[in-house]
Design a protein around this ligand. Structure first.
Ligand SMILES: [Zn+2]
Length: 392
C-alpha cells in the first residue's frame, strides 16, 4: 500500500466525539484520491492521543510526500471565524513535526460536509488569505467555482479588498492593514478569535509584501499578547519566504510604564484612527489618499500631554491614543499644522504668517476642504483643539 493515513482519534476535549465517528471512509478516500490520484490507503489510528488542530496526515510513499490536512468544522456553520479556529494550531504542528528527509511536507485544508452558507464576503476573504499564505485546498471545487477563491497578488490588492469588507461591516473592530510608507502595518487585535484572523493576515502578507511588515498587537483591557507558539509560527513562515520581513511589536507595556518611559506614541493611536475611518487613510484637508504619505496627526500634541501635570498617567495615555485627538493629514498638511502655518478656529482652517502671494496661492491650491467635515469634527475634537490652543 502506497498511502498511509494517520490521525489521533480522541477529540480535543472530553466531550468532543472521536474522529472515526465523522471522518468516514468516503471522506478518507476522497482526500486520498484528490491528493495522490489513488483511492487505496491504510489507516493508522492512535486511540490514546487527543487530536489537536483537527489534523490528519497522509503519507504518500510512492511520491515521497506527507500531507498535513486540517479538517474544517463539520455540520452547521456558526459565527465569524468559526471555520478558522484550528488552522494556526494545525500549522504549529506542521512546523514542529520532523519528517524523514526524503519526504516533502505540504499543509492542506479540507472542506468537511457542512450545512449553511460559507460563501459570505468575509469567509471568501479569509479563504483567499489562506490561499495567499500557500495553504493548499484539497477539495475547493466541491464548494467554490475556481474564480471565487484566488490569491491576492499584492498588498495593495489585499488592503483594498479588506477596506471594502470593512465598509460593509462597519463597527466591526478587528484588524487593519495600512501602508505606512516604509513598512506595512498590521494593527491586530489579539482578543478571542480575532487573533486567528490576525495570524492568517500575517502569513499571507509575508508571501506578497515587497517591504517590511510590522505587526502591532492591539491589546484590549484583559487580552494577552499573541502567544509564543503563534509568534513562532509567524517567524517560521517569514524564514521560509524570500525576504525575512516581519517584525512583531509588543504593545504590552502598561500605560504607567509608557508615561514613565516618555513613550506615549503608541500604535493604538493609528489603530483608533483606522477604526474611526473604516480603514481609510485620507488627508482631512486636501483629500489625498496616497497612504504612504498619510500620517496620524495629534491635535493636542504628545509632547504637551507629557508635560501636563494635571493629568494622571491613565489620562495621558488615553489622550495620546484617543481617536478624536487626531486626524489623518498628508505630510504637507501635517507639517503645516505642526509648524503653526495652518491652524483651526473650531472646525475652520486658517493660515497664518503668510509672507508671499505665491505661498498664499499654493496653500489655496492644496486646500480642498476649508473646514473639517461633520463626519470628522465632534465635541471631543473641540476639546482637544481647546487644549492645543490653550483657550476655554
Ligand atoms: Zn493634505
Amino acid at each position: 500500500m502506497n498511502n498511509i493515513i494517520s490521525y489521533n482519534n480522541k477529540g480535543a476535549k472530553d466531550r468532543s466525539p472521536n474522529y472515526d465517528t465523522f471522518v468516514t471512509e468516503a471522506i478518507l478516500e476522497d482526500i486520498c484520491f484528490r491528493l495522490t490520484n489513488d483511492k487505496t490507503y491504510c489507516v493508522e489510528k492512535n486511540d490514546s492521543e487527543r487530536n489537536v488542530g483537527r489534523l490528519i496526515k497522509l503519507k504518500d510513499t510512492k511520491n515521497k510526500k506527507i500531507y498535513f490536512i486540517n479538517l474544517s468544522q463539520e455540520g452547521v456553520i456558526k459565527g465569524r471565524n468559526y471555520y478558522f479556529q484550528s488552522i494556526s494550531t494545525a500549522l504549529e504542528k506542521f512546523f514542529d513535526e520532523k519528517v524523514d528527509r526524503e519526504y516533502d511536507k505540504q499543509f492542506c485544508f479540507y472542506f468537511m460536509p457542512f450545512e449553511g452558507n460559507i460563501k459570505t464576503d468575509y469567509y471568501i476573504f479569509l479563504f483567499r488569505i489562506m490561499e495567499t499564505a500557500g495553504i493548499k485546498f484539497v477539495n475547493k471545487d466541491s464548494v467554490f467555482n475556481n474564480h471565487e477563491i484566488t490569491t491576492f497578488t499584492s498588498m495593495r490588492d489585499l488592503i483594498n479588498e479588506r477596506n471594502i469588507l470593512k465598509q460593509s461591516n462597519a463597527g466591526n473592530q478587528s484588524t487593519y492593514i495600512s501602508d505606512d510608507g516604509d513598512s506595512y502595518g498590521i494593527y491586530g487585535k489579539t482578543f478571542g478569535t480575532n487573533v486567528k484572523e490576525t495570524i492568517l493576515l500575517c502569513l499571507a502578507a509575508i508571501n506578497i509584501s515587497e517591504k517590511q511588515i510590522k505587526l502591532y498587537q492591539i491589546l484590549d483591557n484583559d487580552s494577552e499578547s499573541i502567544g509564543e507558539k503563534d509568534k513562532m509560527l509567524i517567524n517560521e513562515f517569514s524564514k521560509q519566504s524570500k525576504i525575512n520581513n516581519i517584525e512583531i511589536i509588543d504593545d504590552t507595556l502598561e500605560f504607567e510604564e509608557k508615561c514613565n518611559a516618555n513613550n506615549l506614541r503608541s500604535p493604538r493611536f493609528n489603530y483608533n484612527l483606522l477604526n474611526k475611518y473604516g480603514g481609510i487613510k485620507k488627508c482631512a484637508i486636501c483629500g489625498c489618499e496616497i497612504e504612504q504619505i498619510i500620517q496620524g496627526a495629534h491635535i493636542y500634541p504628545v509632547a504637551e500631554i507629557r508635560k501636563n501635570q494635571t493629568l494622571s498617567n491613565e489620562q495621558k495615555y488615553n489622550y495620546a491614543t484617543h481617536k478624536d485627538n487626531g486626524m489623518w493629514l498628508c505630510e504637507n498638511h501635517h507639517k503645516l499644522f505642526d509648524s503653526g502655518v495652518m491652524s483651526f478656529v473650531k472646525n475652520k482652517v486658517v493660515f497664518n504668517d503668510i509672507k508671499k502671494k505665491s505661498d498664499e496661492e499654493f496653500l489655496k491650491e492644496i486646500t480642498k476642504y476649508k473646514e473639517l467635515s461633520n463626519e470628522i469634527y465632534n465635541s471631543e475634537m473641540e476639546k482637544f483643539f481647546k487644549l492645543r490652543y490653550n483657550y476655554i
